[in-house]
Design a protein around this ligand. Structure first.
Ligand SMILES: Nc1ncnc2c1ncn2[C@@H]1O[C@H](COP(=O)(O)OP(=O)(O)OP(=O)(O)O)[C@@H](O)[C@H]1O
Length: 576
């Protein structure tokens, strides 16, 4: 179980920085628009002071109204800045969320697969919940902090212009507030961590108890479970109470810091105005800076840094824990393993311990660049064998080798670029044609994608969608054959040394199917085809006949002459 000490807030912040590292442009845009949004603050007090001293107090209503109108126009411009800032803000927050969820899910799956860590959906669920909270908190932090800092600086600058003594008090108040935040940061940090952990412990224990409720009742342990859960509830309540108390104390001190300049202004005002050191307009202008900007912004900054900021650090720390990388180090996919040789060594596979074996101690060698076609009656296990060859299923006995290395031990992403399986059900998603075609090879150039489209004969289909710059908005409106053409072009465009086609051309016209097979074979890749038509077998270098868990391998002619079952299959296919 993670202890409070395990949560590394500093590392959490490093993760936060990592997850938004690619968003420098969005940050620059956000800063620029926030600056524009805060510009009205700089002139607010000064314009109010001028409107009063030069306009209204002299009975010159026109000048007063003009100056206030200027301020109103600045506010409208600031509003435009606020509106424009929303786009970079959304870009930063959404990309951070995507990055964090991807990290957590990928790391959990890797640990489950390679470290044999128990798959615990609750971890991913908790991380997803934390990520959503983080997204909300980061949005709040950015929305307020970006303008608050500019506004605070602008308000103090304006005050220096109108009433330097009040400005110095404002600086002193801000420093006091900053001092309080720093001094109380550690205690605050610890209590927020304790409160969050207590909440997590409570929800995990409550879920466990509810899931095992029948056993709890059957064992007569209801009272004990209730006691344990009550203790968790009390711990959480105590932790939340401590956080609340600290909040109250900080708020009191911060209020004093924020209001101090206003108190100084009010106390000094009678003498200053009477002595001519401060005009009535300057008094009101200074008050505008203090009441309208300084005090509320100081509070916002404190609340954000004090509450949200630390909570963020803790939550990022928790995500870091969930996205802990697997200790497994993938073997390098070397040049020799990428040569395209595939082999089955004594492979046995069944879908469950009680069911009959689909493959029974099967041996097979597929040479680099060979075209092997697999045939067999329906249900013989052809798709099962394809999945094993592609490393999607693991045999209970024996080994599947890719270039001499156990396929299950290879790093998944690298493997998928080297060994591709296309199933019968073509996966086409809503998005651009380019995204669909480059799905297995994001680095593919336009020329490579166009050549893949031409090779499989999908030119007309893609041209009708506006070429590779076009879009596929309703994949379900494509026919099964059209979807297969798109996925075939996708597989062609990826740098795989081995392509396994599991009836991936079954919806194509036989002539188009021939063109596709010839196109793949001409690239020199190893091709394993689960046949849909006998014509595929007749074009193959060798044919593998799968029947009752065993394989017979030979040329089309050899099998035709030696295997009655193969001859039957030819007869059956010729009739359909
Ligand atoms: N996920 C699964 N769970 C349990 N049994 C399965 C599963 N997938 C396939 N089977 C069974 O394994 C056997 C082999 O199925 P497989 O799909 O590999 O055969 P096939 O030769 O590809 O069949 P077809 O030519 O009809 O597609 C069949 O008896 C099938 O019912």
């Amino acid at each position: 179980m993670t202890t409070v000490e395990d949560i590394r807030i500093d590392s959490g912040w490093r993760l936060a920085a990592d997850s938004v590292r690619g968003q420098r442009g969005a940050f620059a845009r956000l800063l620029a628009w926030s600056f524009l949004q805060s510009v009205p603050v700089l002139f607010s007090g000064a314009l109010v002071a001028q409107a009063l001293d030069r306009g209204f107090l002299r009975g010159d209503f026109g000048t007063g109204a003009l100056l206030l109108g200027t301020y109103a126009a600045l506010v409208v411009i600031g509003g435009f800045g606020a509106r424009q800032a929303m786009e970079p803000l959304a870009t930063i927050v959404e990309s951070m969320r995507f990055d964090l969820i991807t990290r957590t899910v990928t790391a959990s799956l890797r640990r489950a697969v390679h470290d044999e860590e128990r798959v615990d959906g609750r971890n991913v669920e908790a991380a997803t919940k934390h990520t959503d909270t983080l997204r909300m908190l980061v949005s709040q932090l950015l929305v307020v902090l970006r303008t608050a800092v500019f506004s605070l600086v602008f308000a103090i600058a304006g005050l220096f212009f109108l009433a330097p003594i009040v400005a110095w008090t404002a600086v002193a108040g801000s420093v006091l507030v900053a001092f309080v935040i720093v001094v109380t940061a550690r205690g605050w940090q610890r209590r927020v961590r304790e409160s969050l952990l207590a909440e997590e412990r409570l929800s995990a224990n409550a879920a466990n108890t509810l899931l095992g409720l029948r056993d709890v009742i059957a064992c007569g342990a209801a009272e004990r479970a209730e006691r344990d859960l009550s203790a968790d509830v009390d711990t959480h309540a105590r932790a939340a109470l401590l956080v609340g108390r600290l909040v109250a104390g900080r708020v009191a001190i911060i209020s004093i810091g924020g209001r101090l300049p206003l108190a100084v202004l009010l106390l000094a005002a009678p003498a200053a105005v009477a002595g001519g050191g401060l005009t009535p307009g300057e008094l009101l202008g200074a008050a505008t800076y203090l009441i309208g900007t300084l005090d509320p912004m100081l509070r916002s900054i404190v609340r954000l840094i004090g509450e949200i900021g630390l909570q963020l650090g803790v939550l990022f720390g928790r995500i870091l824990e969930y996205s802990r990388p697997s200790t497994w180090v993938p073997p390098e996919l070397t040049a020799t393993s990428a040569g395209g040789a595939l082999a089955l060594r004594g492979v046995s596979f069944g879908y469950s311990a009680s069911s009959e074996r689909v493959l029974d101690r099967v041996d097979l060698d597929v040479e680099p660049g060979e075209r092997l076609v697999v045939v067999g009656p329906s249900g013989a296990g052809k798709s099962t064998m394809a999945n094993l060859l592609a490393g999607l299923d693991r045999p209970q006995q024996g080994e599947v080798l890719f270039g001499g290395t156990d396929v299950g031990s290879l790093e998944e992403t690298a493997l998928r670029r080297r060994l591709t399986l296309l199933p019968q059900e073509a996966y086409v998603f809503s998005g651009s044609v380019r995204e669909n075609l480059a799905y297995l090879n994001p680095d593919a150039t336009d020329a490579e994608l166009e050549s893949a489209v031409g090779a499989v004969g999908a030119d007309e289909l893609i041209a009708a969608r506006g070429g590779i710059d076009g879009r596929i908005d309703a994949p379900n409106e494509l026919s099964e054959g059209q979807k297969q053409l798109i996925t075939l072009a996708r597989a062609y465009a990826c740098p795989a040394d081995v392509v396994v086609l599991d009836e991936a051309t079954c919806h194509l016209h036989p002539e188009r199917e021939r063109q596709v097979e010839e196109a793949f074979a001409a690239t020199g890749r190893t091709l394993v085809i689960i046949a849909h038509r006998m014509s595929s077998a007749m074009r193959a270098d060798r044919v593998a006949l799968l029947h009752e868990g065993t394989l017979s391998v030979g040329t089309h002619e050899e099998l035709r002459d030696e295997s009655p079952l193969y001859a039957d299959l030819i007869g059956y296919w010729n009739e359909v």
